[in-house]
Design a protein around this ligand. Structure first.
Ligand code: SF4
Ligand code: SF4
Length: 490
């Protein structure tokens, strides 16, 4: 591998440093940024670049380092094994809507941001499944590098259910071979009630401590209502927040306080993640959704606030519709976006722009947008934008957006897999969209997307931005008209 400073490369090519960065961001130049504003490029990609620009490499002093090529878009197809061809997969057949109707048009492969990685793409995956090369597909890491973002399905003229196929392939992998921490998270959640195995007493003392901090910050009488029977709203907590970012729980608490909401957090089974979706494990997914249903009945709450993180919102809504239809007769279900819209429309909360002039954009999480529209007939596109505009009126959309939005690159549980390079590579398109929009702030409604943009893309692609959760922006913009609300207990 060749390591070269961005300025030096730009000088050799006779272009501006930003042009080089744009090429890298767009995938035109397969390279990875490393410490010291340098790029790591494979020798063959570098040779091609020099050839394209008519540059004599022999005159350059190049530094070589060991390492494997990053995400070259070169197709390196594995050798064909034709033994199983023609024996159509029985295990994949139940996922019906794929296969027979595929036109092999390649639209899915053209739309997929990771086409070519490991020599695979969605079209090839569909063909492998049809042609009985199921074992090869299950053994491949590619279905785990796919972020289940649904861009391929959006492009497919035949509505082939490519994401369902790839998730089924994930589910068929021996559980011991599930990459990264995904299966560990599922097992911990099943056994201990949350993905990180946080003990009940630790969780409860954290809530108590954070409640005290809220009172010290001026939220008189505030405390986190745990197991409050008869509350209107049952609220989950993402274990990542409880473990590493407890401050971020306060955004919602401030909003509930301002709205005078009657709410509660269950002392058990409060997890707001559902990694059964990622591992293709329907039984685990059902158990986790079932625990929220149990809590709703036990605590006699009227409304379940669907978990905040995009995948968990989707998994819970999907799971409720599929396995708990009868229970839905006993309580209402609201997404976090629905709830914020209601609060603002009913004037239960009031906001004034906390970002009055900074250019701000909204990232559409796949699960709240494109995938929600397809699965539930409701994509959250306009609602979050309405909310953002009230708090940050200097608003700009990215292109493409809404159904066509690019995934942040961290869907499908990517943070918990060892495939960091692929996650960053996938995110190059989102980084480029953000950069092109000129926005100073990116707002999103998914915890996973926020982390990928803030903690990864910002650094990897030199983005000069801040990133906020949608509810963080609202909490930062809250104003208290007339009198302070009476408190937070039901
Ligand atoms: S879901 Fe996204 S990452 Fe996966 S194959 Fe389709 S477009 Fe590619
Ligand atoms: S876009 Fe649809 S029809 Fe076209 S190759 Fe892909 S799966 Fe087949």
């Amino acid at each position: 591998m060749i390591v070269i400073r961005v300025g030096e490369l730009a000088k050799h090519l006779g272009v501006h440093r930003n042009t080089v960065r744009n090429w890298v961001n767009s995938g035109k130049l397969p390279a990875r940024s490393v410490a010291g504003k340098r790029y790591l490029i494979s020798e063959s990609d570098f040779a091609k670049l020099c050839e394209e620009f008519g540059i004599d490499r022999s005159s350059m002093k190049l530094k070589f380092v060991p390492g494997k090529p990053v995400m070259s878009r070169e197709m390196t197809f594995p050798p064909e094994d034709l033994k199983g061809v023609g024996k159509r997969s029985q295990r994949l057949l139940p996922t019906a809507q794929w296969g027979d109707v595929c036109l092999t048009c390649g639209s899915c492969a053209g739309a997929c941001p990771i086409s070519g990685v490991d020599g695979l793409d969605p079209l090839k995956a569909v063909r492998m499944a049809i042609l009985g090369r199921e074992e090869e597909l299950i053994a491949s890491q590619w279905p785990w590098k796919c972020t289940l973002c649904g861009k391929c399905e959006e492009a497919c003229p035949m509505n082939v259910e490519i994401v369902a196929l790839l998730r089924t392939v994930r589910g068929l992998r021996d559980r011991k071979k599930v990459p990264g921490a995904l299966q560990k998270g599922v097992l911990l959640c099943l056994e201990k009630g949350n993905n990180l195995g946080i003990p009940k007493e630790d969780f409860l003392s954290l809530l108590q401590e954070m409640g005290r901090e809220m009172r010290e910050e001026g939220y008189a009488g505030f405390e986190v209502p745990v197991d409050a029977k008869g509350a209107n709203l049952l609220v989950t907590v993402n274990s990542k927040e409880a473990f590493a970012e407890p401050e971020s729980m306060k955004f919602w608490w401030k909003i509930f306080y301002a709205a005078g909401e009657s709410w509660t957090v269950p002392s058990e089974y409060w997890e707001g993640l559902n990694w059964g979706l990622y591992t293709g494990d329907d039984e685990a997914m059902k158990t986790m959704v079932g625990r929220l249903v149990e809590n709703m009945h036990r605590l006699e709450c009227k409304t379940l606030l669907l978990p905040q993180c995009g995948h968990a919102y989707y998994a819970t809504r999907y799971g409720l519709n599929r396995w708990f239809k009868e229970d839905l007769k006993h309580f209402r279900v609201l997404s976090v976006v629905d709830l914020l819209v209601q609060y603002l429309e009913q004037e239960r909360i009031h906001v004034e722009p906390s970002l009055p002039s900074d250019l701000t954009t909204y990232h559409d999480p796949c699960h709240y947008g494109r995938k929600s529209l397809k699965a539930f007939g409701q994509g959250y596109f306009e609602e979050p934008r309405r909310i953002v505009r009230q708090c940050a009126p200097n608003f700009v959309d990215m292109v493409p957006d809404r159904e066509g939005s690019y995934c942040c690159g961290a869907g499908g549980g990517a943070w918990a897999t060892p495939f960091k390079e692929e996650r960053v590579f996938h995110g190059r398109l989102k980084a480029r969209q953000i950069q092109t929009s000129g926005a100073k702030w990116v707002v999103t409604a998914c915890q996973n997307c926020r982390d990928q943009i803030l903690r990864s893309l910002k650094k990897e692609y030199d983005l000069d931005i801040g990133v906020k959760y949608l509810w963080e922006l609202v909490a930062d913009s809250l104003i208290f008209k007339n009198s302070k609300p009476s408190g937070s207990s039901p």
